[in-house]
Design a protein around this ligand. Structure first.
Ligand SMILES: Cc1ncc(C[n+]2csc(CCOP(=O)(O)OP(=O)(O)O)c2C)c(N)n1
Length: 805
């Protein structure tokens, strides 16, 4: 989607840059009101408008919150609101230092959205008292700009992600400007340092714009920040080097700061508009624009206590949290607090009933233009379902199990290609430089890679208007997708399995966000965060130990509640079915794990759909259990490579011990294993018994760390009987079969496990165990000699059992 964008009228920009006395009075009143409410939230539980002298009874017993960053956040916010009022610009506000929660809660309160979302927090004296009491309090709200804060899509608890979120919000969102405040402490984090590159992937024609405001308030929790102590010229050149046009504002004088910041914001906005007008108007040479950013130098704890107990507070790290401690027991601090609160002149800000005065309210934009009311920050409201092709059309023909080999993810690539084609403004793939490697390259038939820097003739599928996002940063990919989905659009993050751990913390943080959002009826469901892990531990043939790590599964199954989903489709048809489901789902974190290498195909499309619908099932064709009596052993598997080993193990058992009753169970939806009370996908006990019985031993071959199986089946009947095998950190650059041998999950290990744990020891068991040991020895010798797997393993398939074959 492209929208026209006109160069703004210079008179408008000039007017924006020079606030009138009247505008300044209102803007400053709004800022003072915000600061008042911020301090009140941190300290007060009664006497909210200081109608009486402050006493220790009015003070909360536990003083929890962060003052230092808050006045800077609200200062920027107030000015952004003025810009919105004057221009009608659609804007959202992301606070990197999310610990400045009270300032954003106060913004929402002053804009009226807080009362709209939480009617008990009325806009009157009692409402203010409740607002104060609930902050950082049991039964109340957290201290950050979290899920409960209207207008927020960025908690800012774990620092470092504000810019990646911001860039994700504006992709395919041409009318939106996302203002992202970056803390100078936050700017020291790895993810944030890498995220300035977002503009190298932004298309001014089809995307919106991010306006970063780097807030150099000088300090973090306990010391100075790097950027604040650098020579300003060095700082400037860092960001100029990233391609930004730097606008600087410094000081604490008022109203001087208001005037200078208004001018800076006007300049930044007009530059954004000019860039977009040029790109959308057809007179653009295609070079990467110099997007504006603002560097704001203002004191930490601005407008707060200057010196406390003889120690400098204002402008130092000491202002980070609660500048006046022990207020309940310290009359001097109590008096300082009262003076501080009164310095904002609350009588001008709230009328006799506690309603924000007209002077304050005048500074609010109206309706959905209020940043705390923006539908972009409640993206489910804007979500349009994907126009999905029928995934069955991409099916692989599987005449009989394990007779066809194919690269399963290639089929997913074809499906994604057509989703790209049919959903030009609401679907993107985010991948750290591996789209082709992960066999998803079909998407390049319909979209290039996004790239705003220079493009050379030898480049392939690369252009400024490309929409496949490839940047060698898992943090950027993950964060962009989060911003994209939280504003209502759909996508996938596809990455090497091991390197999903780089952004694992983002996966966890996003799960927490969705978990909390689930409790708030006004937060509309957003498209799920879909993560595809391919290039897995088992088949990283040309890489080594560093590339072998299935840890993300562990993280996702450990998240609380119903947000996390883990799918281990064993082949292409199950992958297609799972992917379709994920793209229709809302507000989940869907983790899909499947390797990209050619692999055996097991199920027809109809069988795959049935299997995926149940999440787990008996593959009766693979075992010797006819269902009339309990099997001797259950061979269970979850994951593509270990599924092959399990089926091969069952085949060896069938061949050598035809009367030994094996039952093969494949699990595609890992979350069917826990009890239903532990996860909504948990299968009911009857089905669990149907699959696993309640007493027969289960040899479980698992894609990830074996401990996960024990965690998942905890509380199931006789859970001790589950013998889990999986990745035990034995890895290197070696053959595929050597990987499963090293990790003791090869077909031969599984056969021996089955015999060792079966309810009865069948005649011939010791011969078969000896056979397996011999095979493993033969393998050891063969791979070293021939540098590849034994042909019987390498080319292993099942006989074709289809009719007429
Ligand atoms: C990744 C991460 N590491 C550490 C912290 C702990 N922490 C909370 S606030 C803060 C200092 C933040 O400084 P800055 O970004 O400059 O914010 P401001 O000074 O505006 O408060 C730190 C280190 C965190 N929240 N996230």
């Amino acid at each position: 989607m492209t929208t026209q964008s006109a160069v703004p009228d210079p008179r408008l920009v000039e007017r924006l840059a020079q606030p009138t006395e009247e505008e300044l009075a209102s803007l400053d009143a709004w800022w003072r009101a915000n600061n008042y409410l911020t301090v009140g939230q941190i300290y007060l539980m009664a006497n909210p408008l200081l109608r009486e002298t402050l006493t220790d009874d009015d003070i909360k017993p536990r003083l929890l919150g962060h003052w230092g960053t808050s006045p800077g956040l609200s200062f920027i916010y107030a000015h952004a609101s003025r810009l919105i009022q004057a221009t009608g610009q659609e804007m959202i506000y992301l606070a990197g230092p999310g610990h400045g929660g009270p300032a954003l809660v106060a913004a929402s309160y002053l804009e009226g959205t807080y009362t709209e979302r939480f009617p008990k927090i009325t806009q009157d004296t009692d409402g203010i008292r409740r607002l104060f009491r609930q902050f950082s309090a049991p039964g109340g709200i957290p201290s950050h700009v979290s899920v409960t804060t209207p207008g927020s899509i960025h908690e800012g608890g774990e620092l470092g992600y504000v810019l990646v979120h911001a860039f994700g919000t504006v992709m395919d969102n041409p009318d939106l400007v996302t203002l992202a405040v970056v803390g100078d402490g936050e700017a020291e984090t790895g993810p944030l340092e890498g995220s300035w590159k977002g503009i190298s992937f932004l298309d001014p024609e089809h995307d919106g714009a991010v306006l970063p405001v780097l807030h150099l308030n000088g300090a973090k929790i306990a010391g100075p920040t790097v950027l604040a102590r650098k020579d300003p010229a060095e700082v400037r050149s860092i960001f100029q080097g990233h391609g930004y046009e730097v606008i600087e504002v410094e000081g604490s004088d008022l109203p001087g700061m208001h005037n200078r910041f208004a001018a800076a914001l006007a300049e930044a906005w007009s530059k954004i508009k000019a860039i977009q007008a040029s790109a959308r108007g057809g007179d653009w040479d295609g070079s990467r624009p110099h997007w504006p950013m603002i560097i704001l130098r203002s004191p930490k704890g601005w407008t707060g206590p200057d010196v406390v107990d003889g120690v400098q507070m204002l402008g130092t790290w000491r202002a980070h949290q609660v500048p006046l401690s022990g207020v309940k027991d310290n009359p001097e601090h109590l008096a300082l607090l009262e003076g501080w609160l009164r310095s904002y002149r609350p009588e001008e800000l709230f009328d006799e009933n506690g309603v924000p005065t007209e002077l304050v309210q005048r500074a609010n934009p109206s309706g959905d233009l209020r940043m705390t009311a923006s539908p972009h920050a409640n993206g489910g409201l804007l979500t349009v379902d994907l126009d999905l092709p029928d995934f069955r059309d991409y099916a692989i023909d599987v005449p009989s199990p394990a007779t066809v080999r194919a690269e399963s993810t290639r089929k997913l690539g074809e499906l994604m290609r057509d989703i790209y084609r049919d959903n030009g403004d609401r679907f993107r793939l985010f991948c750290p430089d591996e789209t082709n490697s992960n066999r998803l390259g079909a998407v390049f038939e319909v979209s290039n890679r996004a790239f705003a820097e220079k493009v050379f003739p030898e480049d392939v599928a690369l252009s400024h208007d490309g929409r496949v996002m490839e940047v060698l940063s898992e943090h950027n990919c993950h964060g962009w997708l989060e911003g994209y989905t939280l504003t209502g659009r759909h996508g996938w993050f596809a990455t090497y399995e091991a390197f999903a751990m780089v952004s694992a913390s983002q996966t966890i943080q996003h799960s927490k966000w969705l978990q909390e959002a689930d409790n708030l009826p006004w937060r509309a469901d957003v498209p799920s965060l879909n993560i595809l892990l391919t290039s897995t531990a088992w088949r990283n043939d040309h890489n080594g130990f560093s590339h072998q790590g299935p840890g993300l599964i562990q993280n996702v199954i450990t998240t609380r509640g119903n947000i996390g989903r883990v799918y281990l489709p064993p082949d292409a048809n199950t992958l297609l079915s799972v992917a379709d489901h994920c793209m229709r789902s809302r507000s989940y974190v869907n983790l899909v794990v499947i390797d990209k290498q050619p692999q055996l195909q097991w199920l027809t499309m109809d069988e795959a759909i049935e299997h995926c619908t149940r999440g787990a099932g008996v593959w009766s064709w693979a075992g010797t259990d006819d269902g009339t009596a309990d099997p001797d052993i259950v061979l269970a598997c979850a994951g593509d490579v270990v599924t092959m080993e399990t089926i091969a193990a069952a085949d060896i058992l069938r061949e050598h011990l035809p009367h030994f009753r094996t039952r093969v169970v494949n699990v595609v939806d890992l979350m069917t294993l826990p009890r239903r009370k532990d996860h909504p996908h948990g299968m009911d006990e009857t089905l669990f018994r149907e699959l696993f019985t309640d007493h027969v031993d289960v040899v479980f071959a698992f894609h990830g760390y074996p401990g996960a199986v024990h965690q998942l089946v905890h509380g199931r009947p006789d859970a001790d009987r589950f013998r889990a095998r999986g990745f035990i950190e034995e890895g290197t650059t070696t053959t595929p079969f050597d990987m499963v041998v090293r990790n003791r999950v090869s077909r031969y290990h599984l056969v021996m496990d089955a015999l060792n744990n079966a309810r009865r020891t069948p005649p011939g068991a010791s011969d078969l165990k000896a056979f397996c040991e011999a095979k493993l020895a033969e393998h050891d010798a063969y791979v070293v000699e021939h540098l590849q797997d034994m042909p019987e393993v390498r080319d292993w398939m099942l006989p074709d059992r289809s009719a007429g074959a």
